[in-house]
Write a protein that binds this ligand. Structure first.
Ligand code: GTB
Length: 242
C-alpha cells in the first residue's frame, strides 16, 4: 500500500516537474502580437514590434500578428491590453503583456537561445537589456523628439547639437566597452538584441558611423537570419503582402 502511495506521489511530482520544465522551456500556445496597420516608417523596421518578432524568430517560435490602426490603439479593447495605447502587445493563452523589454525577457526566459544558462552570465545579459532600454535608448529617443516635434521652435538649432552630443557620449562609452568583441558579453543574447534594436534608430543620422565598431556591431545584428526574417515580415505589412 505504502509503495502504491509513494509511487503515486512520485509520479505526480515528476509529472509536475516535467510539465513545469516543458512550460518554462518552450511549450507553446498561440502567440499573438500587435503591430501598426500602417507604420509611419513605411517598413524600415523601426517600430517596436520588430524587436519582438526578432526575439520570436531567434527562439523559433511561430506567432500571429494583429494589425491595429492608430484609432484602435486608443479604444477600450486595445487599452485593456496596453494601458498606454501603444504597440506592441503580446498575448499567449491568458497572459497579456506590453513593453518590449518585458516581452523580450519573457520570450528569453521561456525559450532557449537568448539568455545563457550560467546564472552570472544570465544576470549580465539581463543587465545589458536594461542598459539598452534605460541608458542608451533615452538620448536616442530625445533626438527623434527634437527632430520631429521641435523643428519649428526658435531654440531648435541650438538644442539639436546638444542632444546629438549626449548620444555621442553614450555611444563612446558603449564603443569602448564593446571593443573588438562581436557581442556585448560572450555569445549573442537578448541584451544584444535590444541594444542593436535601439541603435538601429540612429542609422539615418550618420552618428553611428563615427563609431566603426558600433556600426559593425549593428551590421552583425542585421545580418542574423532571425533579424532578416523579422524585418521581412514587418516590411510585408507596409508592402501590403500579408
Ligand atoms: N516603451 C514601450 C515599449 O518598449 O514597448 C514604447 C512603445 C511605443 O513607443 N510604441 C509606439 C506606439 O505605439 C510604436 S514604436 N506609438 C503610438 C502611440 O503612442 O500612440 C515607436 C516608433 C514608432 C514609429 C517609428 N517610425 O515610424 O520610425 C519608430 C518608432
Amino acid at each position: 500500500m505504502a509503495c502504491v502511495w509513494d509511487c503515486a506521489v512520485a509520479c505526480e511530482i515528476s509529472t509536475t516537474v516535467v510539465l513545469s520544465l516543458f512550460w518554462r522551456r518552450g511549450a507553446s500556445m498561440t502567440i499573438t502580437i500587435t503591430a501598426f496597420e500602417r507604420s509611419p516608417d513605411g517598413g524600415k523596421g523601426l517600430a517596436r514590434d520588430t524587436r519582438v518578432r526578432w526575439a520570436l524568430e531567434e527562439v523559433g517560435q511561430p506567432y500571429q500578428v494583429r494589425l491595429v490602426s492608430f484609432r484602435a490603439l486608443k479604444e477600450p479593447a486595445h487599452l485593456a491590453l496596453h494601458p498606454f495605447g501603444q504597440i506592441p502587445t503580446y498575448e499567449e493563452g491568458d497572459l497579456a503583456l506590453f513593453e518590449t523589454g518585458a516581452i523580450v525577457f519573457h520570450i528569453a526566459e521561456r525559450h532557449a537561445g537568448l539568455l545563457p544558462d550560467d546564472a552570472n552570465a544570465r544576470a549580465r545579459a539581463i543587465t545589458w537589456m536594461f542598459a539598452a532600454l534605460n541608458t542608451v535608448e533615452p538620448p536616442i529617443l530625445e533626438l527623434g523628439t527634437a527632430k520631429l516635434l521641435e523643428g519649428d521652435r526658435p531654440w531648435h538649432a541650438k538644442r539639436l547639437p546638444l542632444v546629438e552630443d549626449r548620444i555621442r557620449g553614450r555611444l563612446n562609452q558603449l564603443s569602448v566597452r564593446l571593443g573588438d568583441a562581436d557581442w556585448l558579453d560572450g555569445a549573442f543574447s537578448a541584451g544584444d538584441l535590444l541594444m542593436v534594436s535601439v541603435l538601429l534608430r540612429l542609422k539615418a543620422s550618420g552618428i553611428l558611423d563615427e563609431f566603426p565598431n558600433l556600426a559593425a556591431y549593428l551590421a552583425r545584428g542585421e545580418a542574423r537570419p532571425a533579424y532578416k526574417r523579422a524585418f521581412d515580415a514587418q516590411l510585408a505589412v507596409s508592402a501590403g503582402k500579408n
